[in-house]
Ligand binder design. Structure first.
Ligand SMILES: *[C@@H]1O[C@H](CO)[C@@H](O)[C@H](O)[C@H]1NC(C)=O
Ligand SMILES: *[C@@H]1O[C@H](CO)[C@@H](O)[C@H](O)[C@H]1NC(C)=O
Ligand SMILES: *[C@@H]1O[C@H](CO)[C@@H](O)[C@H](O)[C@H]1NC(C)=O
Ligand SMILES: *[C@@H]1O[C@H](CO)[C@@H](O)[C@H](O)[C@H]1NC(C)=O
Ligand SMILES: *[C@@H]1O[C@H](CO)[C@@H](O)[C@H](O)[C@H]1NC(C)=O
Ligand SMILES: *[C@@H]1O[C@H](CO)[C@@H](O)[C@H](O)[C@H]1NC(C)=O
Ligand SMILES: *[C@@H]1O[C@H](CO)[C@@H](O)[C@H](O)[C@H]1NC(C)=O
Ligand SMILES: *[C@@H]1O[C@H](CO)[C@@H](O)[C@H](O)[C@H]1NC(C)=O
Ligand SMILES: *[C@@H]1O[C@H](CO)[C@@H](O)[C@H](O)[C@H]1NC(C)=O
Ligand SMILES: *[C@@H]1O[C@H](CO)[C@@H](O)[C@H](O)[C@H]1NC(C)=O
Length: 484
């Protein structure tokens, strides 16, 4: 876990330095250097190798693939939303680099505002996606290019000879003269043909077009889903079948991600299927990008979702989930987990081991406990609605642990709660962020970090009571995989 972007266990001195990481990456013959297994906690903040929160929202992650390059690192591009409450203030498209999907080094901003253009600092630049164009040996970035009020509705294109920039802005335009808002680009690895998938016709239609051979423009309109109001597209190709992921539009509120399948990007496309349990709202995320990790032993389909904090966009986090492929019915689904680990070289992943303290097992006052409804892990839950506390005595090895709070919270759309953890009377840094599950009984999980020792008395306190029902079913305590 020394490389974990969640900084669970070790002071910064334990982290590999940026030069060391660069040296590891440079030394990598194919397959890539095996610096560490990646550990994912889908509801925790992620930090870079300097300890700063990663700012790369709505982006994409690609492996460098330029011919003749020995650099086989992963590059993560996304929106810098530092300190943003709302959209409409373009700061930068940031780039981060990782040899192994574990630690992320900040490369820098690779596209910055250009005053007097359509990507000035009061423009909207969202969903930046970079692809490598083999024909021109060039990296091409597409993004949703808009005015602050989303009236311009264009795509923007920028290019760079090197993956880590700097990207030169080529301009913004309407594909085939039509408006375009949420979008992605996707490259078929077998044909090198790239595609734009975009919300158009005032966001009602969801359209697919091929790109020209340079990836500078659209080439041919291929398919339109009419009047569906979808956005947040992404594509997996599994055994020759395309899986087109989307989310229904609802601002920054999570919706139920779904997907269509087809053997051709031009369709015909199947009826849609949900990507996760109904009522889970894709575990409170929205699709950002879908990554195929061609491991030496297994192929992992990796979902990168944004967990938007709609009133405070700069605090939004990232949720990575394994996508499980069912070879019988060719369905795909998000694997629900609060903590998992991946060897990005082999493609092998597994859930992290954990123990669960149920409400019934806890030392929570019995006046707070209620009988469990659907979705509880034990027979009781703690009714936290009016600032009650959930408490337990920890028994196990000493160390800094990730706690996963299992909850339902029946608040209105876009409402959040904060839960503080106190250990032996001392307040732990960081608060668990609870997002409304909007009346559904699907259990959600949210993480926070605390340093525990055998016998520690742990108290969870709701900081912002608002009268909307909030139940904690139990708390998962994840084992540090490096000790396992
Ligand atoms: C890649 O590595 C090979 C063998 O180590 C070396 O000959 C070649 O110059 C390297 N290419 C680049 C672009 O660094
Ligand atoms: C973000 O806000 C923090 C705290 O107010 C401040 O220290 C920091 O300089 C701000 N960063 C930017 C890029 O505005
Ligand atoms: C900028 O956007 C305007 C419309 O808002 C458009 O007419 C113009 O072509 C765009 N310019 C560039 C360089 O993209
Ligand atoms: C552009 O939109 C118009 C309707 O506004 C539609 O008739 C046309 O097919 C669209 N063109 C393409 C290439 O999608
Ligand atoms: C993964 O590898 C297979 C063959 O080994 C190849 O057909 C496919 O295009 C690769 N996928 C990606 C995303 O590179
Ligand atoms: C562009 O579309 C035309 C058909 O309109 C097709 O013949 C051509 O192959 C396409 N080019 C690319 C690069 O896909
Ligand atoms: C990485 O994960 C693999 C597969 O789960 C495991 O066999 C291996 O021991 C792990 N390596 C390290 C360094 O933790
Ligand atoms: C609650 O706990 C108290 C002691 O802590 C006990 O006296 C009481 O009977 C319990 N009430 C119920 C309903 O279990
Ligand atoms: C939880 O407590 C609130 C008031 O604090 C109450 O309105 C609600 O009915 C309780 N929920 C259950 C399931 O008992
Ligand atoms: C995540 O970072 C935010 C600051 O952006 C902080 O308020 C919050 O407590 C952090 N959450 C955790 C679990 O550390």
């Amino acid at each position: 876990m020394a490389n974990s972007p969640y900084q669970i266990d070790h002071p910064p001195i334990m982290f590999p330095t940026a030069p060391l990481l660069a040296a590891l990456a440079a030394a990598a013959a194919t397959p890539l250097a095996h610096a560490a297994n990646a550990t994912f906690f889908p509801t925790l903040n992620m930090t870079d190798t300097s300890g700063n929160l990663i700012q790369a929202h709505g982006g994409d992650i690609i492996r460098s693939s330029a011919s003749g390059s020995n650099d086989t690192a992963w590059y993560w591009f996304g929106e810098d939303k530092t300190n943003e409450t709302t959209s409409g203030h373009f700061q930068a498209v940031n780039c981060y680099k990782s040899p192994d999907f574990s630690s992320w080094e900040f490369v820098g901003p690779v596209l910055s505002p250009v005053s007097g253009t359509n990507i000035s600092s009061d423009s909207v630049v969202e969903r930046p996606k970079v692809l490598y164009n083999d024909l021109n040996d060039e990296y091409v970035m597409w993004f949703h290019s808009d005015s602050a009020n989303y009236g311009a509705a264009r795509v923007g294109v920028a290019t760079s000879k090197t993956i880590d920039g700097t990207y030169s802005y080529r301009g913004s335009f309407k594909p085939f003269g039509n408006d375009s808002r949420d979008m992605t680009i996707y490259k078929d690895p077998d044909t090198q043909t790239a595609y734009l998938i975009y919300a158009t016709t005032n966001n009602a239609d969801f359209a697919i077009a091929s790109l020209d051979s340079d990836y500078y423009n659209v080439n041919e309109s291929l398919y339109t889903f009419s009047s569906v109001y979808y956005e947040a597209p992404g594509v997996f190709k599994i055994n020759g079948l395309f899986y087109l992921l989307y989310s229904p539009q609802d601002g920054w509120t999570p919706t139920e991600d779904g997907y269509f399948t087809s053997s051709s990007m031009a369709g015909p496309w199947s009826a849609s299927t949900l990507l996760a349990e109904k009522g889970s709202y894709a575990y409170l995320t929205q699709n950002a990008y879908d990554i195929t990790i061609n491991g030496t032993e297994e192929t992992l389909y990796l979902y990168y979702g944004d967990h938007w904090s709609g009133n405070e966009l700069g605090s939004s986090t990232y949720s990575f989930y394994p996508v499980v492929y069912d070879s019988q019915d060719k369905s795909i689904s998000l694997h629900q987990t609060g903590g998992w680990t991946l060897d990005a070289e082999t493609g092998i992943w597994s859930d992290l081991p954990f123990t669960t303290i149920t409400a019934a097992d806890s030392t929570t006052p019995n006046t707070t406990l209620i009988s469990c409804a659907d979705g509880c892990v034990g027979v009781e839950a703690a009714n936290m609605t009016s600032s009650q506390t959930f408490s337990f005595t920890y028994s196990g090895s000493a160390g800094t642990k990730v706690l996963g709070l299992l909850y339902t919270y029946n608040g209105p759309k876009n409402s959040f709660l904060h839960v503080r953890v106190t250990v032996d009377g001392v307040v732990a840094s960081g608060e668990a962020l609870v997002e409304t599950s909007r009346g559904t009984t699907v259990q959600q999980e949210t993480g926070t970090i605390a340093t525990l020792k055998d016998g520690s008395e742990v108290v969870l306190t709701l900081l912002d009571s608002n009268g909307d029902e909030f139940l904690i079913d139990g708390v998962k305590i994840y084992e540090d995989p490096s000790c396992g």
